[in-house]
Ligand binder design. Structure first.
Ligand SMILES: Cc1ncc(COP(=O)(O)O)c(C=O)c1O
Length: 435
């Protein structure tokens, strides 16, 4: 019998997952198209590897096991799987076509909608992936300023200009690597030192899990202005989540350019570049940024429905409330068990559970918690990516599951049996170079 969302079950049968993965071996390098969904992020032999279906905040793997999902497709599913209004919009659009030989009216409608909700969105362009738009923003900044150097902070995608700063930089020419520098978050001194008159732009995730110091983002903006560099916010995670208008609204700082994807279309592949008219107008002619599927209509229909739902249901406020229960609940549980070395942090809509090396190998601790949560019907990689579909009962279930999982962790730490408690290969580090 497949597992359900229930407590203290046997470990789930995952034979169909394992059989699929065997077929992928040697055929699909790395096994996955999205690192964060791949086998390195789950305890091998314990966690399922392939999901077949999702509804609301629940998912079913290919063996039929059911879980509460705390990853939500690594960000896009802000309303939940199969959200009716979005699915209806996609189905309706499908009747008249997916992608066309001329432009589609939805390109105009969704751009107008975004101009209304995103601060500083004088102009709007669409593409498919997050790194399409971060790379377009960087090229725009270089064209606008006539400079080459890029300063970045966060993760910005697989393209040469960014990935060359990381250990996964094979294939990126040294000349390209030399043009991007990484700066640490919340460290104004380090940024000022790097911000010379060769810098075309400063691109950063306005917030990841650490809160910006008071006025940090405002001072970064002023420093960019003074240096003649453009400020670009990578809002892939903050967009439509920390507020309807993203971090620019929440922190009241408007960047020159802003990049969005993930939550904008509740799972359909769409990314968005917005920004100041004077900069964006270079996309008219000078700067080339065009792609076959940029105006694909199913995703635009999904975006229109998603943004309307986010606004009408005040989703960011609801994520904040549910996320706060989870964040505070986790921290209370950890403290009550004397586990000071683990905590959850971030803005409530998206929090991360961390483990300190002082108590034991953090990856082993995380693996053990993940392994235990699987027995209680919770699929988890350390993140709480909240969606509208996570109910109060779901949050309650997750907290009760944490209660049990943290008992197992505390006992393994006390007995020094962390490694032996794992039934499979532990998880590997999340790839995220943020300095
Ligand atoms: C902050 C941030 N920027 C850019 C990207 C790249 O987006 P994509 O994977 O859609 O290219 C991601 C992906 O997770 C991201 O989290």
């Amino acid at each position: 019998m497949p597992n359900k969302v229930a407590f203290d079950q046997p470990f789930p049968q995952i034979a169909a997952s394992e059989a699929l993965f065997e077929r992928a071996r040697g055929l699909i390098p790395a096994g996955t198209q999205t690192l964060a969904k791949g086998p390195s992020q789950y305890v091998d032999g314990v966690a399922p590897k392939y999901l077949a279906r999702g509804k609301g905040a629940r998912v079913w793997d290919v063996d039929g096991n059911e879980f509460i999902d705390l990853t939500m497709a690594v960000g896009p599913l802000v309303l939940g799987y199969g959200h009716p209004a979005v699915d209806r919009a996609i189905a309706q659009q499908l009747e008249s076509g997916i992608t066309f030989s001329l432009m589609h009216p939805l390109e105009v409608e969704v751009a107008e909608l975004l101009r209304r909700v995103v601060p500083g969105a004088d102009a709007v362009r669409f593409s498919k992936t997050g790194c399409d738009v971060t790379s377009a923003a960087v090229r725009l900044a270089r064209a606008y300023t006539g400079r080459s150097k890029v300063l970045c902070c966060g993760y910005h995608g697989w393209h040469d200009w960014y990935i060359g700063t990381t250990p996964r930089r094979a294939g990126v020419p040294a000349e390209t690597r030399g043009m991007t520098e990484v700066f640490p978050y919340n460290d104004l001194f380090a940024l000022m030192e790097a911000l010379d008159d060769h810098v075309a732009c400063v691109i950063l995730e306005p917030m990841i899990f650490e809160q910006p110091d008071a006025d940090y983002l405002r001072v970064v903006k002023r420093a960019c202005e003074a240096a003649g560099a453009l400020l670009i916010f990578d809002e892939m995670w903050t967009g439509f989540r920390v507020a309807l208008g993203g971090a620019q609204q929440r922190f009241d700082v408007v960047a020159d350019l802003a990049c969005f994807s993930k939550a904008v279309a509740n799972g359909m592949p769409l990314s968005v570049l917005t920004g100041r008219a004077e900069v964006m107008k270079l996309l008219d002619e000078e700067v080339f940024f065009f792609t076959t599927f940029g105006g694909e209509a199913l995703s635009l229909a999904a975006a229109k429905a998603t943004i309307e739902e986010l606004r009408e249901l005040d989703v960011p406020a609801r994520l904040e409330t549910a996320g706060r229960r989870l964040l505070e609940g986790y921290n209370r549980l950890a403290a009550s068990k004397g586990l000071e070395h683990t905590w959850a942090a971030g803005l409530p809509c998206r929090t991360l559970v961390s483990f300190d090396a002082a108590a034991g190998d953090p990856l082993l601790q995380k693996s053990l918690v993940q392994q235990e949560l699987i027995r209680h019907g919770v699929l988890w990689t350390g993140f709480h990516n909240l969606s509208l579909a996570h109910t109060d009962q779901d949050i309650e279930h997750v907290l009760l599951a944490y209660d049990r999982a943290l008992d197992v962790l505390a006992s393994a730490l006390a007995k020094g049996t962390l490694a032996e408690s794992l039934r499979g290969k532990p998880v590997q580090p999340v790839f995220r170079k943020t300095q």
